[in-house]
Write a protein that binds this ligand. Structure first.
Ligand code: COA
Ligand code: AMP
Length: 630
């Protein structure tokens, strides 16, 4: 069957389509229903089904002939380490850790926060939770203590699993002081912290609360997989919303396993036994789905890479990993390729490596600019596939379905709707816009399996954020258009989320931090175009009357404050003191026009503006960057 037929069937016969897809998963009890619409618009998949995600990722492969196949390769140029784990070894490690967690009283439905760098133990911790039915919540290492504390208070973990440090090029990031700081700020306290001591930094332990990973696991009795309901949560992953309070995206067990397994063969064109590498971080959804769960559920070898595309040690790092481990498919963000292109525009480093195994490059996380796409195509000589999705969906929403039928590539477009997703572009009134016209990109309900059923303990916020704007549709919060061939283009967000080096950040959350500074009267943060990171945040602040210190000093403090409160990942390096912010007569800050000025786009003086002269002041504060007035 070609793409069109597969797609049509997914929408007209979702029960048959996903019922067939569910055959690739081992069920303890098969589901009694495929699509459960009894509580629409809150849909569930595979109600009544019982399974264990860790069994599907590890044990069934050990029993089914893959025991000695490498399940996970840990490749860490920053520590000069390569370690491999067969499926049997990984299963045994995970079972022992699961036993250790169970020994600490962690059971089905309990939450475990995982705050770890890119080491195999992070994946083991996720799988160990899945094994005993506990719900993990991984927090990205680049977030600061306060962000970690917010997540601890929302998820209320019984145990937190962490490590003494992460390694960023040129510096050791000590995790334990951040963890201790977060627990101090948080209202909720975990019973225990399990800490892996890495040789690069020793963590100071709190007596009674903190436990050494190695000692704990050495004495543990391995735990078996427990039966878990298909609709029970597997994990919570917090992602930026429009305020400082992140959204706890919930993922269930059954739909997740089915959708990920289906995506591996049909979208990525990957077979069991293939080597699959998602160069991301376990702290992001890409890491959850395509470093840990999908490749293992599908019986592949997954690569867990602790390094960067450049500087560890050079822009040939990705090519070295591909050739050394025989990688067939790589998935990363366009920003990584922009970094490689910047440091090695001629692709010279490619000459040293044999990339014979390499078949396809997938890019996602931000819009892929056609220049980067063409550069990658020419340098690598393989198909380069932009695809589009988000934390909420958990797997691709638009993609060139390489395993069904490779379609022509249109640069700038992540291709067509993935089977299961009925994607439309709507105008403000909820009517479909004309072909090629920009609208709000929505998905007609129900969403397919694997997508978020709700937000953690926040059904109402889920409805309000995603289902209320256009009844009957899920709001992606992206804007874009659909062309005459049904190719989708994603152009921007309709909220205040920006995308910095493939990382999703809320400018609203940064504004909340700036507003806390005692000298700040009001502020605005906008995302400004950046050659490497796609976008970077820039803050504008108006000081309170009588602020008696130099603006530059306050600007430095504000940069430090965002780093301290949100974390280095915010990449907030520029705060500018201005006399006034441009506003409409009703007092709304004109962030859109400010962004156009900063990006040097042609802009018009908005009719509703209070005082147009302020726009010139903003241009001057930006040092005349771009700035052709329309
Ligand atoms: N723990 C602690 N700090 C971290 C971190 C982590 N896990 N990850 C990033 N940081 C820090 C970085 O060290 C940097 O700190 P600095 O301000 O002191 O330099 C800051 O957060 C910003 O990081 P990043 O945005 O990653 O920028 P970078 O300049 O270090 O690297 C790229 C730029 C393009 C090389 C990098 O972003 C990259 O490899 N991206 C790959 C794409 C990706 O992972 N996308 C995720 C979704 S697919
Ligand atoms: P995250 O939830 O961190 O995965 O970020 C999801 C957001 O990143 C989406 O809502 C889009 O705004 C953006 N995004 C991801 N992939 C793409 C893509 N291929 N093209 C354009 N935007 C993308």
């Amino acid at each position: 069957m070609g793409y069109r037929e597969v797609y049509e069937r997914s929408l007209t016969d979702p029960d048959g389509f996903w019922g067939d897809a569910a055959q690739t998963i081992d069920w303890i009890e098969p589901p009694s229903m495929v699509l459960d619409d009894s509580s629409a618009p809150m849909y569930r998949w595979f109600t009544g089904g019982v399974l264990n995600t860790c069994h599907n990722a590890l044990d069934r492969h050990v029993a089914g002939g893959r025991a000695d196949q490498i399940a996970l390769v840990y490749d860490s140029p920053v520590t000069d380490t390569i370690r491999t784990f067969t499926y049997r070894e990984l299963r045994d490690e995970v079972a022992r850790l699961a036993g250790a967690l169970r020994g600490l009283g962690v059971g089905k439905g309990d939450r475990v926060v995982i705050y770890m760098p890119m080491i195999p133990e992070a994946a083991m911790a996720m799988l160990a939770c899945a094994r005993i039915g506990a719900i993990h919540s991984v927090v990205f290492g680049g977030f600061a203590a306060k962000e970690l504390a917010t997540r601890i208070d929302d998820a209320k973990p019984k145990v937190i699993v962490s490590a003494s440090c992460g390694i960023e090029p040129g510096r050791i990031v000590e995790y334990k002081p951040l963890l201790d700081g977060a627990i101090e700020i948080a209202t909720h306290s975990p019973d225990h912290c399990v800490v892996l001591q890495r040789p690069q930094a020793a963590a100071a332990m709190v007596d009674g609360r903190d436990l050494d990973w190695t000692e704990l696991v050495a004495d543990a009795v391995p735990a078996d997989c427990v039966p878990v309901g298909a609709t029970d949560p597997l994990y919570i992953l917090y992602t930026s919303g429009t305020t400082g309070q992140p959204k706890g995206v919930v993922r269930d067990n059954g739909g997740h396993a089915v959708a990920l397994a289906w995506s591996m063969s049909n979208l990525y064109g990957v077979a069991p036994g293939d080597v699959y590498w998602a160069a991301s971080d376990v702290g992001w959804v890409v890491g959850h789905s395509y470093i840990v769960y999908a490749p293992l559920i599908h019986g592949c070898t997954t690569i867990l890479y602790e390094g960067k595309p450049v500087g560890t040690p050079d822009p040939g790092a990705f090519w070295r990993v591909i050739s050394q481990h025989g990688v067939n498919v790589l998935f990363t963000a366009p920003t990584a390729f922009r970094a490689i292109k910047r440091d090695d525009p001629q692709g010279r480093h490619l000459e040293q490596y044999d990339l014979a195994s390499f078949r396809t490059l997938f890019l996602a996380g931000e819009r892929c600019d056609p220049d980067t796409l063409h550069w990658a195509e020419e340098a690598l000589g393989v198909p380069v596939i932009d695809h589009w999705w988000q934390t909420e969906s958990g797997w691709p929403m638009a993609c060139n379905p390489m395993g069904i039928e490779p379609l022509p590539v249109k640069p700038g477009s992540p291709s067509v709707a993935v089977p299961g997703y009925d994607i439309r572009a709507l105008d403000d009134e909820g009517s479909e816009v004309a072909t090629g016209k920009i609208g709000a990109i929505v998905v007609k309900l129900p969403l397919p399996p694997g997508t978020l059923p709700t937000l953690w303990h926040a059904d109402e916020r889920f409805r309000e954020s995603y289902l209320s704007r256009y009844p009957g549709y899920y709001l992606t919060a992206d804007a874009g258009f659909i062309d005459e061939d049904r190719y989708i283009s994603i152009m921007s967000r309709i909220d205040d989320i920006i995308n910095v080096a493939g990382h999703r950040l809320s400018t609203g959350a940064m504004e909340e931090v700036l507003a806390e500074h005692p000298a700040v009267a009001e502020c605005a943060v906008i995302g400004v175009a950046d050659d490497l990171k796609g976008q970077v945040p820039v803050g504008f602040v108006v000081l309170k009357a009588g602020a008696d210190r130099p603006g530059t000093e306050i600007e430095r403090e504000l940069v430090g404050l965002v780093r301290e409160r949100i974390g280095p990942v915010a990449a907030f390096k520029q705060a500018l003191v201005v006399d006034r912010l441009p506003k409409t007569r009703s007092g709304k800050i004109l962030r859109g026009t400010m962004r156009q000025i900063a990006d040097g786009e042609t802009w018009k003086v908005p009719a509703t503006i209070d005082d147009p002269a302020i726009l010139d002041e903003i241009g001057e504060a930006l040092g005349g960057r771009g700035y052709p007035k329309g």
